[in-house]
Design a protein around this ligand. Structure first.
Ligand code: SF4
Ligand code: SF4
Length: 351
């Protein structure tokens, strides 16, 4: 289990251009597999165009208390990229004035940003319909200063979306680190105790599953049933929905694929499972991702690959919803991760 980010380790794959090079060459350059652009062109779906903005996803920093094997952010305790209050203020202006109905805070562990609580308090006042915080759960148990997070989330009517790769300790700890399972269970019980995830409760608690190896997720509905039964039977835990997410071949998951000699097989599985129906609703069509330093991206994955939006409006300080709508989405082979099977997004399947 890694304890440092690729960046801290000085690994080549910490550089976005190295990742793009890998995704553009080899089996895709030789024509063994079609590029994503060629594949979507077969059904006249190129270019993918941004529709009306619905979701603003803000990455408030890459610092995290965990160093999960599959992390597309390459997050960890050693990452120092953190959104400042000034950039948060600019984000708040955009949240107030944009037509987006959903605000989605992510990281790293967003709670580790020293201005996280201030930002949540301010953003909650704007009256956005769905205010999501992506929590890795263990942060709630990481340190006393975070113990009250369930109450804090409740106070601001935050929708908690939490990673939970499996209902067993072995599989969870293998992917996310020793002790993660026990802390996650405790955090879920604490969220339940204040009302999160209970049947009929407005305090929404959803879980995110992603595979622990070089394979695609199974059926989301069936998995949700299995998760619900196991977590209830074993720990008395309730939650609302399970989102099944495909691992995209970037950052630490790409590193894992290459190190385990699974990269080509995995890309084959993604291309074979390509579903043109999923292209219509890939999340970049209604979402905009904002980085810790205020730059705009089509999604969190493009943010990590440092592929900026194809628009004159490139930074939160020059946000222009009209200019951004209808922009051509920037794609590469990692996008196959969003269109395999039933598709994949931060809200689970899309097709
Ligand atoms: S996957 Fe989430 S919890 Fe794990 S290191 Fe990345 S940001 Fe942190
Ligand atoms: S990776 Fe990003 S840009 Fe590519 S299809 Fe998925 S959401 Fe869109």
């Amino acid at each position: 289990m890694a304890t440092k980010s690729l960046k801290k380790l000085g690994n080549d794959l910490a550089q976005s251009n190295k990742q793009i090079e890998i995704l553009s060459n080899g089996i895709f350059k030789s024509g063994e597999l079609p590029t994503f652009k060629d594949k979507i062109s077969e059904t006249s779906q190129f270019p993918i165009k941004a529709k009306k903005l619905e979701i603003l996803q803000i990455n408030v920093g890459y610092m995290c208390n965990q160093v999960c094997d599959h992390c597309h952010v390459d997050a960890g305790p050693d990452r120092k990229e953190i959104m400042t209050r000034d950039t948060m203020r600019q984000c708040l202006e955009v949240i107030k004035n944009s037509g987006a109905h959903t605000l989605d805070l992510t990281g790293g562990a967003p709670e580790m940003n020293p201005d996280f609580r201030w930002f949540v308090e301010e953003a909650a006042k704007v009256g956005i319909t769905d205010f999501i915080v992506r929590s890795n759960l263990t942060i709630i148990r990481a340190n006393k200063k975070y113990y009250d997070l369930p109450d804090f989330f409740k106070k601001h009517n935050v929708h908690v979306v939490s990673s939970m790769p499996h209902w067993t300790k072995g599989k969870t700890d293998k992917q996310r680190g020793d002790g993660v399972f026990d802390k996650s269970i405790k955090a879920l019980q604490e969220l339940n105790a204040v009302g999160y995830g209970m049947p009929g409760s407005d305090l929404k608690l959803d879980l995110v599953y992603n595979p622990s190896g070089a394979f695609l997720p199974g059926d989301q509905v069936a998995m949700e049933k299995d998760f619900k039964k196991a977590l209830m039977d074993d720990f008395g835990i309730e939650f609302h929905n399970l989102f099944a997410i495909t691992n995209l071949p970037i950052a630490r998951f790409l590193d894992y694929l290459i190190a385990s000699e699974n990269y080509e097989d995995y890309m084959y599985s993604l291309v074979e499972a390509y579903n043109p129906a999923a292209v219509e609703n890939v999340m970049c069509t209604n979402t905009l991702s904002i980085s810790w330093d205020g730059y705009l991206f089509d999604c969190d994955f493009n943010q990590m690959l440092e592929l900026p939006v194809n628009s004159k409006s490139r930074h939160i300080s020059e946000f222009n919803e009209e200019l951004l709508e209808g922009r051509n989405i920037v794609i590469s082979q990692h996008c196959y991760g969003c269109t395999a099977g039933a598709g994949s997004s931060c809200q689970g399947v899309v097709a």
